[in-house]
Every structure is written in structure tokens, then in C-alpha cells.
Design a protein around this ligand. Structure first.
Ligand code: MN
Length: 220
């Protein structure tokens, strides 16, 4: 089982959007309906994506793999992007977006990136705890939305983007080089972050503009 955290729902509601939770069990028959009926897609956090979906064998540190959710989200994401609809991806969603576009992941940061920061820091702390900084590309859509290029963010992930998928541009990195933000430049709104902005909004206004921009792009 998996469930959408309440913080995602409340963040969308707070900026005037109407959240609709999509079950992690959709199939081909559902995707076209969802693309035509919904205004924006938020890919939320969760467990690891099966490495076979990006051409690798599973390493020992894989966590909470859910084949049905992988299938559901990857299929919907591809159809959603084909129609250039507004998309906001967070944490696992950031990784789903990358794999949907042919990218790959580091199955574990500690195992594969020497001298990396502790990106799973928040696993033992409240989710809003700030863990490291990110530096954004000054020309990115995300920097324009957040009105700045350096932010302290939370961090609750043990995997990271390795090879970026087709059309994705790296727009933000942590001090250790880990990719923390990507976007599709020519897309009206396809923004993706590795941190959890929805968990930061209750203690800081910094990330509110991201949700406001997403709901606005979705017609809200
Ligand atoms: Mn991080």
C-alpha cells in the first residue's frame, strides 16, 4: 500500500487549487481520461522505482519498490507530457519524471557518490528540517518563480538522478553536485525538485510561489 501525504493536498488547497488524488493503480485505459479531465499533475514522493525500468539490476539498498505504482505513474507521466500539460514533480516524482523520459538513477547516493552529503537526513528529523542548500540556474523557470537562486531545503531521499532524461535540463544542484532540480525549458510548466517543498510551507513562505505558479499554470 501507499498513500498520498496530507501535506501535498494541503499545499494545493492553500493556493486555491482543488486536489484530486489519483490511485497508484491506473492503466492505459485511465491515462487518456485523466489527461483530458485534470488540469495539472503533481507527482508525489514515495519508494524507489524498480531499476529494471531504467536498465539496471536491483542493488541491495532498494526500498519500497511497488511495480504497480511504477507502471501507473510512468505511463500517465508519458501521456501527460505528450500533451504538454502542467506538471510538478517532487522527490520520487522527480525520479519518475526522469525515468519516464529515459533517464537513470543512482540507486543509492552513499554507495555511488563519494563525499556526498547526507541527503536522507530528514529520515530521523521532522520533514521540514532544512538539510542542505541548492543553487539554481539563474535562467531557470524555477529561479524566476522562487525569485532567487540559493535556498536551504529539506532532504529525504537516498537516490538521485544520474543520466537525465530526454529534454530535461538540470536547473539546481546541492553543494555535492547531486541534481536537485530539473525542468523542460520549452514546456509551459514542467518543474521537478528532489526536495519536499510541500513539507516546508508550514514553517516558511519560501516555497509557496512554486505551488501558486503550478496551480496558476493549471488554470486555477
Ligand atoms: Mn537532497
Amino acid at each position: 500500500m501507499c498513500a498520498v501525504g496530507e501535506t501535498y493536498i494541503r499545499a494545493i488547497q492553500h493556493v486555491g487549487g482543488t486536489p484530486v488524488v489519483i490511485p497508484p493503480t491506473t492503466t492505459e485505459a485511465d491515462w487518456a481520461v485523466l489527461v483530458s479531465q485534470l488540469d495539472g499533475l503533481l507527482l508525489s514522493g514515495g519508494g524507489d522505482i524498480a531499476p529494471q525500468l531504467y536498465g539496471e539490476e536491483s542493488e541491495p539498498w532498494m526500498d519500497q519498490v511497488n511495480a504497480e505504482r511504477d507502471f501507473s505513474e510512468l505511463g500517465l507521466t508519458r501521456q501527460w507530457l505528450a500533451m504538454e500539460r502542467p506538471l510538478l514533480a517532487i522527490c520520487r516524482g522527480h525520479q519518475v519524471l526522469n525515468v519516464a523520459l529515459g533517464g537513470t538513477l543512482y540507486q543509492d547516493i552513499t554507495a555511488h557518490i563519494p563525499n556526498a552529503l547526507d541527503h536522507a537526513y530528514v529520515a530521523t528529523q521532522p520533514m521540514e528540517t532544512l538539510a542542505h542548500s541548492v543553487t539554481l540556474d539563474t535562467k531557470s523557470q524555477l529561479a524566476a518563480i522562487l525569485d532567487g537562486t540559493t535556498f536551504d531545503v529539506n532532504s529525504s531521499h537516498h537516490q538521485a538522478l544520474k543520466v537525465t532524461g530526454d529534454k530535461l535540463v538540470v536547473t539546481g544542484r546541492a553543494p555535492d553536485g547531486v541534481i536537485e532540480a530539473v525542468e523542460i525549458s520549452e514546456h509551459p510548466f514542467c518543474i521537478s525538485v528532489q526536495w519536499h517543498p510541500e513539507a516546508m510551507v508550514k514553517t516558511s513562505p519560501t516555497m509557496w510561489p512554486l505551488f501558486e505558479a503550478f496551480v496558476k499554470a493549471s488554470g486555477g
